[in-house]
Design a protein. Structure first.
Length: 374
């Protein structure tokens, strides 16, 4: 009986491979009988610095109001974002994490008989969101692990294509396309194709690479920029992100959004965090230092890695006859959680490691050295 019911679900839904999140600290503690406090998690690109005191104060102040529904239009956060990026409030769509906003794009613009273009080794949510809508995936082979924007532009000529997903920088490869390359891509892609430019790691770019993509919205009404408070702003657990888009695109996305998709604490925290430029600046500086330490550590162990523009680095650990899953398990035994990137990501010899605090990075490198020798 239950089997029959499940068959009512479209086959494209039933064949979705579930998203594999980073292993939670509590789960590893249970499985290995470890003390949670001794575990280092470098698996989900979270900010090791936590949150700043101003954001914490805003969260505490918001607690008094949680019996009420949040502002479904997120007025204050939208106002702050509009000012920051020089766009109208009508150009902003808020989401329960930027993941939610990506789903809204899929919900509003994909479906059976349509197609989406994305790159090999891209963020896992693009194939998932595409498939969940019954749309066809057009996967473009990567170039040096990054997006081959030339080939992607050509692929959008397929007349069923309505969405092109681009992560810049990309997760899990950390590869980056310069502002001029993105602009050239936008000029080549047909206007009927919505280009989703996912800038989850934008705040980790050096200032000279942080192009003003919001400015591109004026010339390209088919552009959707997504950003998040989960990474450099340290609010992954609260779930808040946003899209900047042409007002009519934003309007369509807002129609399929749950009326209260961003909770009141997340709204208050994000509004405060957006203002705390110093916190983000320090997160950037500490990340850069940590990234250099991890690169140096990998080189010291004779390992290759993909040069990264994010708060993580993807290291080729399958050497000396050991596989990446083996090294992953050996690290877990030592209380260090990183992220496997085989499977759907297609990086079978690599592991992705989030940049942690100086102490966490050192702990990881020590555990990695021991795991390679063992
Ligand atoms: C982390 C990440 C996101 C954002 O996730 P949310 O927590 O849902 O905002 C979006 N895109 C990429 C490429 C990411 O790595």
């Amino acid at each position: 009986m239950l089997m029959d019911l499940c068959e009512l679900s479209p086959s494209y839904v039933r064949s979705i491979a579930p998203y594999q999140p980073g292993k939670p600290i509590s789960e590893l503690a249970r499985e290995m009988g470890l003390d949670e406090r001794t575990i280092v998690k470098l698996a989900s690109n979270e900010n090791p610095r936590g949150i700043g005191p101003r954001t914490r104060a805003a969260i505490e102040a918001a607690l008094g109001d949680i019996a009420r529904y949040p502002d479904g239009n997120g007025f204050e956060l939208k106002q702050a974002l509009a000012k920051r990026y020089g766009v109208d409030m009508g150009s902003i769509v808020l989401g329960n994490g930027s993941n939610d906003v990506l789903e809204l794009v899929a919900l509003a613009f994909l479906g059976p008989g349509r197609a989406a273009v994305f790159s090999q080794h891209c963020f896992a949510v693009y194939p998932l969101a595409t498939q969940a809508r019954g749309a066809r995936s057009i996967v473009v082979p990567a170039k040096n692990y990054g997006h081959d924007l030339d080939a992607m532009a050509k692929a959008t000529a397929d007349e069923e294509t309505t969405v092109a997903w681009i992560a810049n920088p990309n997760n899990p490869t950390g590869t980056f396309a310069r502002h001029e390359e993105v602009e050239a891509f936008l000029k080549r892609v047909p206007e009927r194709v919505l280009v989703v430019l996912d800038e989850a790691y934008n705040e980790y770019l050096p200032p000279e690479l942080r192009g003003d993509s919001a400015r591109l919205l004026k010339r390209h009404p088919n552009l959707v920029i997504t950003r998040t408070f989960s990474k450099a702003y340290g609010l992954a657990g609260l779930r808040v992100g946003y899209a900047l888009a042409h007002p009519s695109v934003a309007d369509v996305m807002n129609r399929v959004r749950q009326p209260f998709n961003v909770n009141s604490i997340a709204l208050a925290a994000a509004t405060a965090a957006l203002d705390d430029m110093e916190f983000v600046a320090r997160s950037y500086a500490e990340n850069l230092q940590g990234l250099r330490n991890l690169e140096e550590g990998a080189r010291g162990l004779g390992l290759g890695y993909i040069p990264s523009h994010g708060n993580f680095i993807t290291i080729r650990v399958a050497v000396g006859g050991k596989s990446a899953p083996e090294i992953y398990k050996k690290l877990l035994k030592r209380g260090v959680i990183v992220r496997p990137v085989g499977g759907g990501y297609g990086l079978n010899e690599h592991l992705r490691v989030t940049v942690g605090t100086a102490a966490e990075n050192e702990r990881f490198l020590g555990a990695l050295a021991a795991s390679l020798k063992e």
